[in-house]
Design a protein around this ligand. Structure first.
Ligand code: GDP
Length: 326
């Protein structure tokens, strides 16, 4: 339960609690589950074949049986700029259904704490940079990921509404662009880092150049998924308020520069080639992480180190990773 006004400072202890990581097979969920093993909690998971989170009755039954005390809602349909633009119905339906089912069941079953994960694309496409939490709903969304953003905004508003109406300790975190082991390396559906890694791997092998979509001038902020997982555990313990909280590094980089870094890590010698027929998306996406920093949390992984480690993971998982579709 939360205090009136929606915030409380007493740390929430995870030790010994049943913590359900919804979406534990995904990049985020698996990182959260790995990090949670250090907290002394009892981690609960369920495979997609056993439970489709879009099935409300199934979610109710599973949660009533397993009685999680804490829920990390990391299950979502995610994808890059192209997947969002071509499959808006899937992005809306899947995400709305998953979050509605899990949040409502968590309320009904008296879940003590729930963390809903959104994304920085909830903020308007032309929001002033860096984007503070108060930029929410101040302007039109970036059209290339509007469907996903609308669903995520509904999710964070739902978590806040259950706090206000029912006193549930449900919180929302908005991570910036993520990367790391277990990402989706499918070229049509993936985000920029896994896409560039896969193309760089193949360009290195063939002696070709690294193909970069758009102009290379948009700027993005990138957070290693293990840093996000660490932030999630931190927020479960220390954050309890209506407003979503941004999770990022506070630094951004131009896509062209990112591509050069990845080309160097992968040993691509033929340089970059830019595909001007592909969209740039937002010119810049950088989060204001002042609220999280003030609570005492900072990202630890330098981008270059995180990229090199993720590339090594991709190389060793090349055959399975490139076939995964999100
Ligand atoms: P966004 O942050 O929602 O725009 O999602 P993405 O990660 O898909 O794209 C980020 C930026 O990287 C955009 O400007 C893309 O045009 C650019 N980009 C460059 N090459 C690629 C690529 O191969 N795949 C993707 N998804 N984006 C790329």
């Amino acid at each position: 339960m939360v205090t009136e006004g929606g915030s409380s400072t007493a740390p929430f202890d995870l030790a010994g609690r049943r913590v359900w990581v919804a979406g534990h097979r995904g990049m985020v969920g698996s990182a959260v589950a790995r990090r949670l093993t250090e907290t002394g909690c009892q981690i609960q998971t369920v495979n997609h074949a056993e439970l489709d989170l879009r099935d409300q009755a199934g979610v109710n039954d599973w949660m009533a049986f397993h009685r999680p005390e804490v829920v990390v809602l990391a299950a979502a349909r995610v994808g890059g700029i192209q997947a969002n633009a071509t499959r808006p119905a899937d992005f809306l339906y899947d995400n709305l259904a998953i979050q509605t089912n899990v949040i409502h069941a968590a309320y009904r079953l008296g879940v003590r704490k729930l963390l809903f994960l959104g994304s920085s694309c909830i903020y308007p496409g032309r929001a002033p940079q860096p984007m503070g939490e108060d930029a929410l709903l101040t302007g039109p969304l970036e059209p290339t990921n509007e469907a996903y953003a609308i669903a995520k905004i509904a999710g964070l508003k739902m978590a806040a509404a259950y706090r206000r109406q029912y006193g549930c300790d449900f919180i929302s975190a908005m991570p910036t662009n993520l990367y790391g082991p277990g990402d989706n390396f499918d070229l049509e559906a993936s985000h920029v880092i896994p896409a560039l890694m896969r193309k760089a791997y193949e360009a290195h092998a063939s002696g070709g150049s690294l193909e970069v979509w758009g102009t290379g001038t948009p700027r993005r902020e990138f957070l290693h998924v293990d840093d996000l997982a660490d932030a999630c555990v931190f927020l479960l313990a220390h954050y309890s308020a209506d407003e979503p909280i941004n999770v990022g590094t506070g630094e951004d980089i131009a896509i062209g520069e990112l591509a050069r870094m990845i080309a160097e890590i992968a040993g691509v010698e033929a340089g970059l080639s830019f595909r001007s027929d592909k969209p740039d998306g937002s010119p810049r996406k950088l989060l204001d992480v002042g609220r999280l920093t003030a609570l005492g949390w900072r990202a630890k992984t330098p981008l270059r180190d995180g990229l090199a480690e993720t590339y090594r993971w991709f190389e060793t998982h090349y055959d399975s990773a490139r076939l995964r579709v999100g």
